[in-house]
Design a binder for this molecule. Structure first.
Ligand SMILES: NC(=O)c1ccc[n+]([C@@H]2O[C@H](COP(=O)([O-])OP(=O)(O)OC[C@H]3O[C@@H](n4cnc5c(N)ncnc54)[C@H](O)[C@@H]3O)[C@@H](O)[C@H]2O)c1
Length: 276
């Protein structure tokens, strides 16, 4: 039996999509879960500033599709502890505060899932800007680094830790018109392997999960014709759903994966394979 009972997990970017599914799966497997996101319900946001940072984030504020606090409430109903909190992974001070609160209320962070990310900077090279390229790296790669740095000393002290980085298969394959996204996701694999080397002697494992096309609310916003074209090219002829990724994260978060570290595991329905 896979159980995370007695462990506490911190999941980033869990207001919707993959992060939310992962937070729910960890709760279901018995972990206490801190559900965090840049966005939380009922927070007043400066929409213009938010749109400058991410059009996708602004869209979801408009549609009311922000479920950070309510996901924590759903996890508490499973009989474990859960907190829903705002945490911008580009802000080390904010991360420190959230981690301290998790320590006070749930006793520590044993499992970190770096899921938060931005993927809405799509433009060919002549239309790319340095600002947006750097934003992609700052959120997706440096953001993961910031979160790891905040929990690493405690995991080292406990001689036990699980870090799971949600990269992407595009970290191996590249992403057309998404140079910042592709570079940041490839960077996450390098970050995973480098820290796995360091963590191994301290009981900390660091692994990356590389989803293929997963049908989240964010992905569903693309042009339906384009989505059909993509599905046709995936060997399994369909996109995955978040619940087909979350169980792997729960496994990597558990004692069952104790001899696995530095891995980068595709969950793609075959999309990362060579295909005619
Ligand atoms: N859906 C896919 O097909 C797919 C494929 C491969 C990898 N991924 C990766 O999985 C993760 C989740 O994808 P998704 O489809 O659920 O996308 P999503 O956009 O729905 O989720 C990303 C979450 O991150 C949050 N976020 C953005 N910036 C943040 C910041 N600075 N601090 C904290 N939170 C922030 C967003 O508010 C959002 O809730 C992303 O890292 C994405 O790159 C997704």
């Amino acid at each position: 039996m896979l159980t995370l009972s007695g462990k506490t997990a911190l999941v980033t970017g869990a207001s919707r999509g993959l992060g939310k599914a992962i937070a729910l799966a960890l709760g279901k497997t018995g972990a206490n879960v801190a559900v965090t996101d840049l966005l939380v319900e009922s927070e007043k946001v400066d929409k213009e500033r938010l749109a400058e940072y991410s059009l996708l984030a602004a869209h979801f504020v408009d549609t009311g599709n922000v479920e950070t606090i309510s996901t924590a409430a759903a996890i508490r109903k499973m009989g474990v502890n859960s907190l829903g909190m705002k945490m911008d992974i580009t802000q080390p001070d904010q991360i420190q505060k959230v981690v301290s609160e998790i320590f006070d209320q749930m006793g520590g962070v044993d499992i970190l899932v770096n899921n938060a990310g931005v993927m809405d900077n799509m433009a060919t090279m002549e239309h790319q800007t340095l600002k947006m390229f750097e934003r992609d790296l700052n959120v997706n790669l440096t953001g993961a680094f910031n979160c790891i740095q905040a929990v690493w000393p405690h995991m080292k002290q406990k001689k036990w830790g699980r870090i799971i980085n949600i990269s992407s298969f595009v970290g191996l394959r590249g992403a057309f018109a998404q140079p910042g996204y592709g570079a940041s996701k490839a960077g996450m694999i390098g970050l995973t392997r480098s820290l796995a080397l360091e963590g191994a002697r301290h009981g900390i494992t660091v692994n990356a999960v590389l989803p293929g096309f997963i049908e989240t609310e964010a992905v569903k916003l693309h042009d339906p014709k384009m989505l059909d074209r993509i599905k046709e090219r995936i060997p399994s002829k369909r996109m995955g759903n978040p619940d087909e990724v979350a169980p792997l994260v729960a496994f990597l978060a558990s004692d069952r994966s104790s001899y696995m570290t530095g891995t980068a595991i595709p969950v793609t329905g075959g999309a990362d394979l060579f295909n005619f």
